[in-house]
Design a protein around this ligand. Structure first.
Ligand SMILES: Nc1nc2c(ncn2[C@@H]2O[C@H](COP(=O)(O)OP(=O)(O)OP(=O)(O)O)[C@@H](O)[C@H]2O)c(=O)[nH]1
Ligand SMILES: [Mg+2]
Length: 295
């Protein structure tokens, strides 16, 4: 695995922006990605907002495994309720997300008459989409790539509640390369930081191990006929990737495999949910205590 890092200057600025504005708000809504509840939670943000009332939103729950999401909600409620008021799963693409969140936020207390909330999280987790869902219009710019929001933006809801949208931030050093890999799978690290072919291969390897019943029929591949055995190993995953390419006709002149196109297709189909609901990181088993379990 290549090593890579992602912490451009604007993320350092955002960190300062969050620190400066924290005293103005009653609570913080942290938006993470329900498919990767470990890697999509920025430890810097947890540190910065310690002591503040926090609401955790597991967003993009429409793309995640439902049972895995419930297990995570249980876990968060059990182990992280110190200053976290609540954890909830949302699909910000659906109108219902608005009332679910405003009901919860409406229960928070404010010292100023109007409730002020800061929305924070990693890039591409859906912060601006969620804010637009609450306002019912396109108040904040959104996009299918990380780094869309570039500065702070206050938005006022009809009920008077004020929301502060912030740019998504990562942290300077990933403690573990799988964190970077999972963030890249879910599109929270810009294209080009990681090699697309390698990223696609790693995703295929993960899916072959955890969701074989999903990937094999989707691409019409019979896993037992793969020449290189276990698709959970790199050689086997490469054979699966090549089988997918042949099935889809992703070939270059001379019948060479178009790895780049195959990788991009599997990544896109995973990210958009066409492959089905996938949770990459599972909650630790109840009773196993704290700590994270990279799935
Ligand atoms: N399927 C699904 N897609 C979502 C959901 N929420 C947001 N998206 C999509 O995720 C992408 C990123 O959304 P944004 O709202 O721009 O994300 P952001 O967190 O504001 O990103 P930055 O401003 O870059 O930090 C967009 O393509 C949204 O349509 C969700 O709940 N489900
Ligand atoms: Mg945004």
């Amino acid at each position: 695995m290549q090593t890579f890092n992602w912490y451009p200057g604007h993320m350092k600025k955002t960190r300062e922006l969050i620190a400066e504005n924290l005293k103005l708000v009653d609570a913080v809504v942290e938006v993470c990605d329900a498919r990767i509840p470990v890697s999509s939670r920025n430890p810097i943000l947890s540190e910065l907002t310690a002591g503040k009332t926090r609401v955790l939103v597991m967003n993009k729950s429409d793309l995640a495994d439902e049972a895995a999401t419930s297990a995570w909600l249980d876990y968060f409620r059990r182990y992280e309720m110190k200053d976290m008021r609540t954890a909830l799963a949302l699909d910000s693409m659906k109108p219902a997300a608005a009332s679910v969140l405003t009901n919860r936020l409406g229960k928070l207390e404010t010292r100023r008459g109007v409730l002020r909330i800061m929305v924070i999280g990693i890039p591409n987790s859906g912060k601006s989409t969620l804010i637009n869902r609450l306002t019912g219009r396109r108040s904040a710019a959104t996009g299918n790539r990380p780094g869309v929001t570039r500065g702070k933006q206050w938005i006022t809801l009809e009920n008077g509640m004020q929301l502060l949208d912030t740019p998504g931030i990562l942290w300077p050093k990933f403690e573990d390369q799988t964190v970077g890999l999972h963030l890249a799978f879910c599109g929270s690290i810009p294209e080009g930081i990681m090699d697309t072919e390698e990223l696609g291969l790693e995703l295929i390897r993960f899916l072959a191990g955890e969701y074989p019943e999903m990937i094999a029929p989707r691409y019409g591949v019979d896993m037992s006929e793969l020449p290189d055995g276990d698709a959970r190993e790199t050689g086997g995953a490469l054979a699966l990737m090549e089988a997918i390419a042949r099935k889809r006709g992703f070939l270059l002149p001379g019948k060479k495999i178009d790895y780049e196109r195959t990788a991009r297709t599997v990544l896109d189909e995973f990210r958009s949910g066409k492959l089905g609901r996938v949770t990459i990181e599972r909650a630790p088993e109840a009773g196993s205590g704290h700590g994270s379990d990279e799935g």
